[in-house]
Write a protein that binds this ligand. Structure first.
Ligand SMILES: Cc1cc2nc3c(=O)[nH]c(=O)nc-3n(C[C@H](O)[C@H](O)[C@H](O)COP(=O)(O)OP(=O)(O)OC[C@H]3O[C@@H](n4cnc5c(N)ncnc54)[C@H](O)[C@@H]3O)c2cc1C
Length: 607
């Protein structure tokens, strides 16, 4: 019987999910199967490396992370159930970490011991969970399957089955190849290259966008003034590395506020972004793994109706989403503060005519959901208003994802990711709207409101601001250089100016295949094995995005003729734009998109 050979490129969560599916489907099969997994980083991949600083935490609650299938997954095939990250930390982590070791093993073992289901685990701990998962797979492989891990980067995949995979030290032929390359570094933009040259010429520190666990920060000392550009998740990582990572620590007051105790080795931090506000905190989780706010406006029939009538405008889509958020917000607000109002009556009015139902409540302005206030810096002395904003944000988040009206309502944006995804996958927006509204406006707003850090990070930031370690910059920050300094200014406050000795681009590289430094992706595009998604705009204009074009249903890689090339599959972060929100790890009991797709890929491979 012919031996089937499959290459999986990328040993992050997605690569391992396909591996698990191959193993699951292979049980009971007679035909021999050889699988080779490639990654220059150890099993688990680059984001989740086990040698990283244990202070760097995930922005996902431990019980919402899994690598195992469950019965909610559409057409799952063989289900081999197993622990989510929280359960694994309780049952398996200590022994596994002790057995496998690592430079920060004691800290990760300690973190696992105290990890509750709703806590936010260190990223390295997820790395151990991934490595454990791989070891389990390896130990229980079907008799007809072999598995090899090559810790090396793949430079080339030649089209035409059998596909030739060329890595740093090997060349092999395969019947099928799956690429899940994840977040990739990009070449520097012109501005970044200039800033890097400036830093080199003046012995200053400049760090372009990258993996926040990796940038070498040891040359920054306590006399430096470090400008951080970006207030999203990477920002919190850099803040942690330059404070807790330098020996400072937090203590809790009687009222549960945090106080920062400096080590004296921290530089001063100047933090800003275009919006000027740190991402909103995630609500303290109160939901069980499969629990989600249901759709009431972005329902399947509504999506189908839009599809039938030729699509939806960005405005209509956003209004439907705002109404979803409003439903949860006002329902919780009324239950909490206005028990005299008939909640069921309000809800049924709201479902008919949302704006009218809200107006009829005659709530004071302070109780109404104010979208502008949610996304803009308040007026007043900047440090004070941001400190007040952080305090209010942390307090709202701690009230919980089913209790606090505001943060519970913002979780609708997470819980309705599947219907939002369908707006993209069904092509309901015109290409103009998709570019101008969805990619350029909605994505940033959605990230700001719904993918933020745990409340702990916001409380820490407040404590650091009160301790004078960090100062916030006015919105629309700008950077230029003068003499031997980085000069930060603001388009919104033209009188503002401050000098820095170091500049960190506090954000991960954007998914942009055109600029990616990955040799494999460069080769695939060069040889027309892969191509980029084009948008056709009004007036015969075209816009070439940075997204790798794939068939959304099958995950097959498409060439410039939009043709699949057999068993060449490509999925995950570099397809962002064709697919939506490709950076989320699999979640249990929600018919998770990653679990669905891994299964579909494995079945096609084995056909
Ligand atoms: C800093 C950071 C923090 C994050 N935090 C969270 C979080 O808290 N929660 C969450 O849900 N998601 C988080 N994410 C999103 C993360 O991308 C996904 O959770 C998940 O890791 C994606 O899995 P993946 O397998 O597609 O890609 P990755 O995990 O990125 O793995 C891809 C692997 O492919 C390898 N690779 C790339 N090119 C080649 C090549 N040519 N040859 C061989 N191997 C190659 C890389 O080395 C890498 O190890 C975070 C991402 C980053 C960058």
């Amino acid at each position: 019987m012919n031996r089937m050979k499959i290459a999986l490129i990328g040993a992050g969560p997605r690569g391992l999910l396909v591996l698990e599916r191959l193993s699951a489907w292979q049980q009971g099969s007679q035909g021999p199967l050889n699988v080779t997994l490639y990654d220059p980083f150890p099993i688990g991949g680059r984001v989740w490396r086990r040698d990283q600083d244990p202070h760097l935490i995930m922005n996902t609650a431990a019980q919402h992370i899994t690598l195992f299938y469950d019965r909610t997954v559409e057409d799952p095939g063989p289900v081999n159930s197993g622990p989510d990250l929280a359960q694994w930390a309780k049952r398996e982590a200590e022994a596994y970490i002790a057995r496998t070791g690592g430079p920060n093993a004691p800290a990760f073992a300690q973190a696992a011991k105290g990890l509750g289901p709703n806590d936010y685990p260190p990223r390295g701990l997820y790395g151990y969970y991934l490595a454990w998962f791989y070891d389990q797979l390896k130990q229980h492989l079907p008799a007809t399957m072999t598995l090899t891990f090559r810790q090396e980067s793949v430079a080339q995949v030649a089209p035409g089955a059998p596909y030739t995979v060329t890595a740093a030290t090997s060349t092999e032929k395969y019947d099928g190849v799956v690429m899940a390359l994840g977040t990739l570094e990009n070449s520097l933009t012109r501005e970044q290259a200039k800033l890097q040259q400036f830093a080199q010429a003046h012995h200053r520190f400049y760090l372009p966008p990258g993996f926040p666990a990796e940038g070498e920060l040891s040359s920054i000392n306590h006399q430096d003034v470090v400008i951080l550009r970006g207030l999203g998740l990477s920002f919190f990582d850099f803040v942690s590395r330059l404070t807790e990572g330098r020996g400072g620590f937090f203590t809790k007051t009687a009222s549960s506020e945090l106080v920062y105790h400096a080590s004296g080795r921290e530089p001063h931090l100047l933090a800003g972004s275009r919006r000027g506000l740190p991402y909103h905190a995630k609500a303290r989780n109160e939901k069980a793994p499969g629990e989600l706010w249901p759709a009431r406006f972005l329902t399947t029939p509504q999506l189908a109706a839009w599809q039938q009538s030729g699509g939806v405008t960005g405005r209509q889509f956003w209004q439907a989403l705002q109404r979803e958020v409003g439903f949860v917000y006002y329902s919780l607000l009324l239950a909490e503060r206005h028990p005299g109002i008939d909640l069921t009556g309000f809800q049924s009015d709201y479902l008919q005519q949302p704006e009218k139902a809200v107006a009829a409540l005659q709530l004071p302005a302070s109780e109404r959901l104010n979208w502008d206030a949610l996304t803009a810096v308040p007026e007043g002395d900047l440090q004070t208003v941001i400190q007040d904003y952080l305090a209010a944000d942390a307090k709202a988040a701690e009230r919980g994802s089913k209790t606090g009206p505001l943060t519970a309502a913002l979780e609708v944006l997470r819980d309705l990711r599947d219907p939002i995804r369908q707006v993209v996958s069904r092509g309901l927006l015109t290409d103009d709207e998709y570019l101008d509204f969805f990619l350029r406006w909605f994505n940033g707003t959605n990230d700001f409101l719904s993918i933020g850090p745990p409340a702990l990070r916001i409380k820490q930031l407040l404590a650091l601001s009160r301790a004078g370690i960090i100062s916030f910059l006015p919105r629309q920050m700008t950077i230029r250089t003068q003499g031997a300094y980085f000069i930060v200014g603001s388009k919104a406050d033209t009188d503002f100016q401050a000098a820095g000795t170091a500049l960190i681009e506090a954000r991960v590289p954007a998914a942009n295949a055109k600029a990616a430094k990955d040799p494999l992706l460069t080769q695939l595009l060069h040889d027309d094995v892969a191509t980029l998604m084009d948008l056709e705009l009004a007036g015969d204009r075209r816009f070439q995005s940075g997204a790798v074009l794939v068939d959304r249903d099958t995950a097959q890689l498409l060439n410039s003729q939009h043709r699949p090339q057999g068993k060449l599959f490509f999925w995950g972060v570099p397809t962002e734009g064709v697919n939506w929100l490709t950076t989320a790890s699999p979640r249990p009991y929600v018919n998770d998109i990653n679990l669905r797709l891994a299964n579909r890929i494995a079945r096609q491979l084995l056909k």
